[in-house]
Design a protein around this ligand. Structure first.
Ligand code: NDP
Length: 291
């Protein structure tokens, strides 16, 4: 079994982006990070994004509206960032408070600055295989992890667990694309799937993104498969200072000995998500500069 080291691969990508940004004369790419309220996970995610941006030489602009912000005020804030020529990328950190409509908010971000890839146009460009679009960071990070680990999806049976707009659907579309590194046969499973283990056992590459701790067990995996664990779950654990441990959607101790390759949690897909956000921001900068 080979461990796919997301920390190592993300660090290589960050180093490449840093070298590229250093060649840009004058203004550097600028990423606006909008965090509504004080959700602890969001605070830590935005801090990590800010830190990685600084490492690469990307300017970050942190905007912290109060949790009481109205939908109209949030739209007005996004509109002002859309119109600001010095801003190349905009990210609105989820989760948003209950009174804010998440999909409508993501749609408000101008497509050419939508470095999170959640805008309707960018999701459509994934389906149309248009390389000018922005692919959502987690699925883009999974494709990059696979490519840099020497996994070619061509002709492989990829089984995706989960059909969310931010992971399941876009990763299924990416694996399906008729291009180098992809060109897979794809099955997408969800909570309505009947006899799920019979499908997962057919997977040459199994991508688990359901948010259920250690759901995928050894009897659900074909020996020799590649397993990508997207899940990030907090399981109560009194032996930890935090009172919890992080685990994926895959039961790592029993599944990993069976696999050809597997991503750990933490240290697999997670670090790639931030690195791909930076890659998208640099791409937005380049595309806007050559308009
Ligand atoms: P969502 O909750 O939006 O979607 C979960 C999907 O899993 C749904 O399609 C749901 O089916 C399906 N599902 C849930 N339970 C089952 C089940 N028992 N059997 C089959 N399918 C099931 O989650 P996300 O896609 O946003 O996230 C998934 C996981 O990935 C989470 O743990 C999240 O924290 C993590 N994540 C990690 C990231 C990273 O950077 N590593 C980034 C984003 C997410 P249905 O549609 O029928 O409800």
């Amino acid at each position: 079994m080979e461990l796919i080291d997301g920390n190592h691969i993300a660090a290589a990508l960050v180093a490449e982006l840093k070298a590229e940004v250093a060649t840009f004369p004058g203004r550097k790419p600028c990423l606006a990070l909008v965090r509504v309220g004080e959700d602890p996970a969001s605070v830590s995610y935005v801090r990590k994004k800010e830190k990685t941006a600084a490492e690469i030489g990307v300017t970050s602009r942190i905007i912290l509206p109060p949790i009481t912000i109205t939908q109209a005020e949030l739209f007005a804030l996004i509109d002002s960032l859309n119109a600001d020529d010095d801003v190349d990328g905009i990210l609105v950190q989820s989760p948003l408070p209950k009174h804010i409509e998440e999909v409508a908010t993501f749609r408000r971000v101008a497509p050419e600055k939508d470095v999170d890839g959640f805008n309707t146009l960018n999701l459509g460009k994934v389906a149309q295989e248009d390389p000018t679009g922005f692919v959502a960071c987690t699925p883009a990070g999974i494709m990059e992890l696979l490519a840099r680990s020497g996994v070619d999806l061509k002709g492989q049976h990829v089984v995706v667990l989960g059909r969310s707009l931010i992971v399941g659907k876009p990763i299924a579309l990416l694996a399906l694309q008729k291009k180098a590194g992809a060109n897979a046969t794809v099955t997408v499973c969800h909570s309505g799937t009947v006899n799920l283990p019979a499908l997962t056992r057919q997977a040459d590459v199994l991508i688990a993104a359901i948010g259920r701790a250690e759901f995928v067990t050894a009897d659900m995996v074909k020996p020799g498969a590649v397993v990508i664990d997207v899940g990030i779950n907090r399981v109560p654990d009194d032996t930890k200072k935090t009172g919890y441990r992080l685990t994926g959607d895959v039961h790592f101790p029993t599944v990993s000995p069976l696999c050809a390759k597997i991503t750990p949690v933490p240290g697999g897909v997670g670090p790639m998500t931030v690195a791909m956000l930076m890659k998208n921001t640099v791409k937005a900068f380049r595309q806007r500069a050559t308009r």
